[in-house]
Design a protein around this ligand. Structure first.
Ligand code: ADP
Length: 355
């Protein structure tokens, strides 16, 4: 097992810098997830760690060794791809053992490792099948098995669950979490799915435009997003952002209001009276109870109601035509077109600069 260190890592394609100065420490045995929207550079960053992309600047250390110029197979890593990348004419057993047969591992050792991986991944009954005779989830387990067999110091996963349907994705997510616990291996995992990031990671790295926006434990990032981008990206449904103006500032509390929102004091820094700002409040934290007259109370007109059984998602529009969502933690037959009022605990709200 091994840790990783990225020092000012950069990637340029021609004049375009797609990864800018990434500094990151990954401890031995840590599960780190790179998350961000499509095109933010997460696969490029992972592929540089794997040695599949040249590093344009900075230093990459794996297990304390400088790896910038090292061949992929010398890095002690194993990568699992979204596309599984299995050989169609080989059986599960042969696919899993393929890497070992290339480097001339003795036959009994290879068999032992294949059987061990098959046991961990519950692939034993499928060892003699070809990939075409497997479901998507089983194929991905074979791809993971092939990685395990190589006994890598670091596992790299590039969107491994994206080709699976929602139910299977959830099962495989749990299997990967269990695998991490059982193997205690260092894992770096790329996804655009913030639920995968939240549930799997010890540490999340949020990327946007090739720049690290925030690094931290999932729940810390959720509770204390560093900026509006992170606040909007992590959490589902997305955080509401409402235009407000700063009315007063005192002792770390900033009182904001708008024509749609009653004055409310939020803990925040760096704002002055008259500033435009964005009030961020998650849909789960909007409450109907005691809304009238409460700090931060807002009125709206219901535009859409989604009844999911245990909760109801209400889309509403404020008198100043801002749209927002509220998640009501019960089933209720709200009616589109009718009025609704919400308030929130100021401690659950965030304030971001307007620009
Ligand atoms: P993600 O994995 O977050 O979706 P990528 O790492 O694949 O993003 O890509 C990051 C950025 O680099 C994107 O803007 C993409 O268009 C660009 N890019 C990727 N590969 C190349 C390439 N070979 N040449 C030029 N630009 C590329």
């Amino acid at each position: 097992m091994a840790g990783l260190k990225l020092n000012g890592i950069k990637k340029r394609y021609g004049n375009v810098e797609v990864i800018r100065n990434v500094d990151l420490d990954i401890a031995d045995g840590e599960f780190v997830v790179f998350v961000g929207p499509s095109g933010c550079g997460k696969s490029t960053l992972l592929r540089m760690i794997a040695g599949l992309e040249e590093i344009s600047g900075g230093e990459l250390y794996i297990d304390g060794k400088l790896c910038n110029e090292m061949e992929p197979r010398e890095r002690g890593i194993a990568m699992v791809f979204q596309s599984y990348a299995l050989y169609p004419h080989l059986t599960v057993r042969e696919n899993m053992g393929f890497g070992l047969s290339l480097n001339k591992t003795p036959r009994d050792e290879m068999e032992r490792r294949v059987n061990e991986a098959a046991r961990i991944l519950k692939l034993e009954p499928l060892l003699d099948r070809k990939p075409s005779q497997l479901s998507g989830g089983q194929r991905q387990r074979v791809a993971i098995g092939r990685a395990i067999i190589r006994k890598p110091t670091v596992f790299l996963f590039d969107e491994p669950l994206s080709n699976l349907d929602a139910a299977l994705r959830m099962d495989m997510r749990m299997e990967i979490a269990k695998l991490h616990k059982d193997l205690g291996a260092t894992m770096v995992y790329v996804t655009h799915d913030q639920v995968e990031a939240m549930t799997l990671a010890d540490k999340i790295v949020v990327l946007e435009g090739g720049v690290v926006q925030q690094i931290g434990a999932p729940i810390d990032i959720y509770k204390n997003p560093a900026n509006k981008f992170v606040a909007g990206f992590i959490g589902s449904p997305k955080m509401n952002f409402m235009d407000v103006t700063v009315d007063s500032v005192s002792a770390g509390r900033v009182t904001v209001a708008s024509s749609a929102i009653e004055p409310v004091a939020i803990e925040a820094k760096g704002f002055a009276v008259g500033d435009k700002a964005l009030l961020g409040i998650r849909p789960q934290y909007l409450r109907q109870e005691q809304a009238v007259g409460a700090a931060g109370a807002m009125k709206g007109s219901i535009s859409l109601v989604e009844r999911l059984g245990t909760e109801t998602i209400v889309s509403f529009e404020t008198p100043s035509n801002e749209r927002a969502l509220a998640v009501i933690p019960r089933d209720e037959a709200f009616e589109a077109g009718s009025g609704i009022e919400f308030s929130f605990d100021p401690k659950s709200a965030h304030l971001f600069p307007a620009a």
